[in-house]
Design a protein. Structure first.
Length: 299
């Protein structure tokens, strides 16, 4: 089996994935694990990574470029945030840790003083997108549990804002009274579009509109497909209303899971704001490759 020339790692809270890379930055093999930050202690990181790569490790020293929660305060070792405006983090700003034969370069996250905000992991996806689109000047939206709206210009991360829409959806659909109305994975595009428009036009009525989802099911037998789409549409519509200063009149890119990105793309399109979609895994790996390139060529 071909051995890794270097290792690219995305270490999340609940999962981690690693790629064995050759000298031409091509993927030799990919490995996945459920040993995310939330499941291990700082002293376990070296062993988890070595065990995961196993026979892919070379006989001698090897470099690992790591993004995500390995650099959090509760992670392997804290990699302090880089404040905006800044270039996407590179190996030059990474914290280096030696773990046996592995020289780990843990990339920092990005912070913003006002309004206070942080990201850790998304900056590498941004770096990947910017590496593939060097002339891009606009806004990158990274939909997810904590969606980021990021203004980039002249190769720098200028400012950003985080919206907890994904986490709020998970809490409401799993722990609130709405859990009885939205169970399942059904969907209605029409209900979603109507809810987005409603939330953007009347954001102050959100709390009332949320309860009406439950009432509509009880009184009119409205199905879970419509209810689930409405809940998502209301939350994304509220987010778009709040993020309008970021996306209005801008070139927009969406980096995230394809199904969620398509929802954001649809909602933005209805506002006359077209957005392109980039694959999140491809952008993460491209960002790690870009960071590794700075080890080979610091300039």
């Amino acid at each position: 089996m071909q051995k890794a020339d270097w290792i690219a790692v995305d270490w999340g809270t609940s999962h981690m994935r690693a790629w064995a890379m050759d000298a031409q930055d091509k993927v030799i093999a990919e490995r996945h694990s459920d040993r995310g930050m939330g499941q291990i202690t700082p002293d376990q990181y070296p062993g988890v990574l070595a065990d995961l790569m196993g026979e892919l490790l070379p006989d001698g020293p090897v470099q690992a470029i790591i993004c995500g929660m390995a650099g959090a305060r509760q992670g392997w070792v804290e990699a302090p945030y880089t404040a905006v405006p800044c270039n996407p983090p590179s190996a030059a700003t990474a914290v280096q840790v030696q773990a046996g034969q592995i020289a780990a370069f843990i990339l920092p996250g990005v912070s913003q003083a006002s309004p206070p905000d942080v990201m850790r992991g998304e900056e590498t996806q941004i770096a990947g997108f910017m590496a593939a689109n060097s002339k891009f000047d606009g806004v990158i939206c990274l939909p997810g549990t904590h969606t980021k709206w990021v203004h980039v210009s002249a190769g720098e991360i200028v400012s950003f804002q985080t919206f907890m829409s994904g986490e709020i959806f998970a809490l409401l659909s799993g722990q609130s009274v709405l859990r009885h109305s939205v169970a399942g994975d059904g969907w209605s595009d029409e209900a979603f579009a109507e809810a987005v428009a409603d939330a953007m036009a009347r954001p102050g009525t959100l709390a009332a509109k949320l309860f009406s989802i439950r009432a509509d099911g009880l009184l009119n037998g409205t199905g879970a497909d419509v209810a689930r789409a409405r809940l998502s549409g209301l939350l994304i519509g509220l987010e778009l209303a709040g993020a309008r200063p970021y996306w209005l009149g801008q070139d927009i890119a969406l980096v995230g899971a394809a199904p969620l990105c398509r929802l954001y793309q649809s909602a933005l399109s209805a506002q006359g704001a077209p957005a392109r979609i980039a694959d999140v895994t491809e952008m993460t790996l491209a960002g790690l490759i870009a960071a590794h390139a700075t080890l080979k060529d610091p300039q």
